[in-house]
Design a protein around this ligand. Structure first.
Ligand SMILES: C[S@@+](CC[C@H](N)C(=O)[O-])C[C@H]1O[C@@H](n2cnc3c(N)ncnc32)[C@H](O)[C@@H]1O
Length: 362
């Protein structure tokens, strides 16, 4: 059984990190707007005879503001503290992780092609500052990258992160998809960018009859996903693959989904992934992607600037690009008919808000 059981000190350290993140984001963060409106913006207006025109100008301005400098340093340190805490846990648990990741009689499958090379847009940065990045692979059987990610799911985003037992938003989105497409009864589902498999498990929960396939570019993530799914008796087929070009046959899937993949893959890759999804879908099949609801067109430039922290200081280079992007363009260029493509916000019963986009293959 693959499980990261924390000891007393580790649990206390994690609680401290979560409290620190709460404090930085919920108590201190909102005060930055006053610093902008009260000092930085009037200074800019005096110098330029106009207000800042976009989030880039707001950022240039705020980078010189002492309150933002202090807030930024704290935010960055809290993120590093989170990874240091997990690193300590992994060091202690390594033997248990190695044993726990060995699956004896799998119900699903694991395929790791040793010749696979992860795309540069993922290997060149340690996304979220995760040590070694998503593609970290310390050799045969290594699950370190997955253990790092699982640790982060406990503390990330103020401790509200997507949890190991399953992506909590995706089941609701898939349930809504069923209402949107009453005939959708997928025999095979592909989850692109499945990471440690939370989203793949959600697919299996909502469509228990379907065969679920999860792919990601990280071998350490995929091994972890496989071991974790098997430990809770879920038969899922995991493989290390690039969603831009997979080895599945044309029309193999009825549903191609992802959970928070799009903001972590490149602009160009999104075009390729949608084209590949179109190839992989059977006629009438559906593509759906869940994302964080920060569409720039729907918010003021200061709010955009606040979210854009991730682009500049949390090693998520495609964050800003995705939230600016017209995602219907790659769908149409990928082969979907424009009148079959959609995007919308969705509010869940637990009060959280998400953004989803997708299309149906004609
Ligand atoms: C935030 S994680 C996804 C989390 C997961 N879907 C869940 O809901 O629990 C985004 C993932 O996308 C993967 N990714 C980025 N580009 C990819 C690509 N071209 N093909 C496959 N996976 C990709 C990353 O390696 C990363 O694991």
């Amino acid at each position: 059984m693959l499980a990261m059981e924390l000891d007393h000190d580790e649990a206390a350290r994690e609680r401290y990190v979560v409290s620190l993140k709460w404090h930085i984001n919920l108590d201190l963060g909102p005060q930055l707007r006053s610093a902008y409106e009260g000092q930085a913006k009037p200074r800019f207006q005096r110098q330029h005879g106009r207000s800042p025109k976009d989030r880039h100008e707001v950022r240039e301005l705020m980078l010189t503001e002492p309150s933002y400098q202090a807030w930024g340093s704290l935010s960055y340190l809290a993120q590093e503290l989170m990874w240091t805490a997990i690193e300590t846990e992994i060091a202690r648990m390594q033997p248990a992780l190695n044993t726990g990741s060995k699956v004896v009689r799998p119900r699903g499958s694991l395929t790791v092609d040793p010749a696979f090379r992860a795309p540069r847009y993922v290997t060149a940065v340690d996304i979220h500052l995760q040590p070694g990045g998503y593609a970290l692979d310390l050799g045969e059987g290594d699950v370190t990258a997955g253990a790092f990610y699982e640790g982060a799911t406990r503390m990330y985003a103020l401790g509200q992160g997507i949890r190991i037992r399953g992506n909590r938003a995706l089941p609701e989105v898939l349930a809504e998809l069923k209402r949107q497409y009453p005939r959708l009864a997928p025999k095979r589902i592909l989850d692109i960018g499945c990471n440690i498999g939370g989203s793949s498990m959600a697919c299996k929960d909502v469509f228990p009859e379907a065969e679920v396939y999860g792919i990601d570019i990280g071998a350490g993530l995929i091994r972890y996903a496989h071991a974790r799914a098997e430990s809770v008796d879920k038969a899922i087929h995991f493989s290390v693959q690039n969603g831009e070009r997979t080895n599945f046959a044309d029309g193999f899937f009825d549903l191609v989904a992802s959970g928070t993949l799009l903001h972590e893959t490149s602009y160009k890759a999104i075009y390729n992934i949608f084209q590949e999804a179109h190839r992989l879908l059977a006629p009438g099949g559906v593509m759906a992607h869940l994302e964080i609801p920060v569409r720039h067109a729907d918010m003021d430039i200061f709010t955009q600037f606040g979210h854009d922290w991730s682009t500049h200081f949390n090693a998520e280079p495609f964050w800003g690009t995705l939230h600016d992007m017209d995602v219907l363009d790659p769908m149409v260029k990928g082969g979907f008919a424009r009148n079959k493509c959609w995007q919308r916000y969705i509010s869940l019963p637990n009060g959280s808000r998400w953004w989803v986009c997708g299309a149906q293959k004609s």
